[in-house]
Design a protein around this ligand. Structure first.
Ligand SMILES: *Cc1c(COP(=O)(O)O)cnc(C)c1O
Length: 500
């Protein structure tokens, strides 16, 4: 199959582009914006069109194609039942402006999702409005900002983040106007309480942290960290991107947090390749709840005289205090419904998901770090990755440093990641977190079987022992080979060659 734009032969009707409106268009469209000539739509019959899109889909790597060690941050298996549910007419075919009594089903899903998220995080009120973790961070930090303002403490102008934090944490706080104080991790990759104590003060607005950290390490001192921040009047913000490591086991409320965001597209599921669509609800303790973006979903009980009915409704808590909307309507309703369908399938056994995610990560890490010495040659052992996370047990993800491999052979973490594509795997997260040199971050997720993990471990170790020349020029088997990244970043061509 060649490029469809060069495909102009068929007399087919496989496309349904509207006829361009030409007559009178000049009166409504300013000349500077009008096309000089009609677009050159390809002409393709239905089978040709189907072939085109199938061909396109196969040029890409997807979780439906093979193992995806990039983990929940990027893509987890999306149970197909979710798609069936989200396409039910009562969910798919409704308009946000419909009266409440016509959309009770969807409102009940929103309400249940809020409640479920409140329970599993130990928070008092959830809003589903933000559509990404990053937007949730921004909204929740704004709530914290309003809380300080109401208490006459607007002088608090600093937000503390550990150096292992995701880049969105400092970015969100900076967007709210805060100054960022970065504190270094201890030598064991954990939070350094002395550094935290030295950093907090009268000017601390909040601390933002994810637990387990991006190194996959659970912070055992988190409750003490919360005390240190609270003692000076600061608020604790929990970045919930790693929630699938702890669901049903512990919760940020118990750890001492005041506000959290959830990444429904990571912890639960939602096809979100290419940067969206996602869902980043936030949950807060009651002292912050008045500031949340609204509407929320609420349940109304029938009163004694029957003047109000039993049912679900929109709820604006305290509009005068709310930070206002961060998104249209109720955020990404479809993503919320998929996450709801996902958790309803687990029900009370949701913690099984976290157990399997953690077990899979530990199993794979053990397999990679402890290769069978009998079956491995010396070079192999020499090229062994170093664990970036010197904890005995990791949570749902782990990091490996390819530094020793680079020192002995010149092969970098990026080369290994590209070579994995040749073996039919997606590459792991690369060069993040930045505190681990030549970092690969691997998150197998809960759905992979032992067979898949064993095969991946063997293939991974094989790559370390391969001819460095082969690895450093990979990928060799993919449709698109190694691209010139500098050119791609500096000189991005988005137009199809030959198109205007
Ligand atoms: C993904 C991620 C975020 C940002 O969430 P988005 O939904 O991508 O905006 C924040 N923190 C951590 C640790 C993450 O992994």
């Amino acid at each position: 199959m060649s490029d469809i734009f060069e495909f102009n032969g068929a007399e087919g009707t496989g496309w349904s582009q509207p006829e361009p409106i030409m007559e009178g268009a000049a009166e409504t469209v300013p000349e500077s914006l009008a096309r000089a000539r009609l677009p050159q739509w390809p002409r393709a019959s239905e089978p040709e069109l189907v072939r085109h899109y199938t061909w396109l889909s196969q040029r890409n790597f997807g979780i439906d194609t093979g193992f995806y060690p990039l983990g929940s941050c990027t893509m987890k298996h999306n149970p197909r039942i979710n798609e069936r549910i989200v396409q039910l007419p009562g969910i798919d075919r409704i308009h946000p402006l419909q009266p409440e009594h016509q959309i009770q089903g969807l409102l009940s899903i929103f309400f249940e999702m809020q409640e479920m998220l409140e329970i599993c995080s130990g928070m008092d009120q959830v809003t589903l409005q933000p559509v990404a973790g990053a937007q949730g961070e921004f909204a929740a930090i704004r709530c914290i900002q309003e809380y300080h303002r109401e208490n006459g403490e607007s002088h608090r102008d600093k937000v503390i983040v550990p150096d292992s934090a995701h880049g969105t944490n400092p970015a969100s706080a900076a967007m709210c106007g805060y100054e960022i104080i970065e504190i270094p991790s201890g030598v064991d990759g954990r939070l350094d309480l002395d550094a935290l104590t030295a950093a907090v003060g009268e000017d601390t607005a909040a601390m933002m942290i994810t637990n387990p950290s991006t190194l996959g390490i659970f912070e055992p001192d988190i409750a003490r960290a919360a005390e240190i921040v609270h003692e000076v009047g600061g608020q604790m913000y929990y970045d919930g991107a790693n929630f699938n490591a702890i669901l049903g086991k512990t919760d940020p409320g118990r750890m001492g947090f005041d506000a959290v965001h959830y990444n429904l597209h990571k912890t639960f599921s939602q096809p979100h390749g290419g940067g969206g669509p996602g869902s980043g609800p936030i949950g807060v303790k009651s002292h912050l709840a008045d500031f949340l973006p609204a509407p929320l979903a609420d349940r109304e009980q029938a009163d004694d005289d029957g003047a109000t009915g039993d049912g679900y409704r929109y709820f604006w808590r305290t509009p005068e205090k709310s930070i206002g909307k961060v998104q249209q309507w109720h955020g990404n309703a479809g993503a919320v419904v998929r996450a709801w369908a996902f958790y309803r399938r687990y029900g009370r056994e949701l913690e099984l998901m976290s157990e399997h995610a953690v077990l899979n990560a530990n199993y794979l890490r053990h397999r990679i770090l402890n290769p069978d010495p009998e079956s491995r040659n010396l070079h192999d052992i020499h090229a062994m990755p170093v664990d970036g996370a010197p904890a005995e047990v990791v949570k749902h993800e782990f990091t490996l440093s390819m530094s020793p491999l680079k020192d002995s052979t010149g092969v970098t973490g990026k080369d290994v990641a590209k070579r994995l594509l040749d073996y039919g795997y997606m590459s792991p997260t690369l060069y993040f977190p930045m505190i681990v040199p030549e970092c690969l971050m691997i998150e197998p997720t809960e759905t992979e079987s032992r067979e898949v993990l064993d095969k991946f471990a063997n293939d991974f170790l094989d790559i370390l022992a391969e001819d460095p020349q082969i690895v450093s020029t990979a990928p060799h088997n993919t449709d698109v080979r190694r691209v010139d990244e500098v050119q791609a970043a500096r000189n991005l061509v988005l137009r199809h060659p030959g198109r205007d």
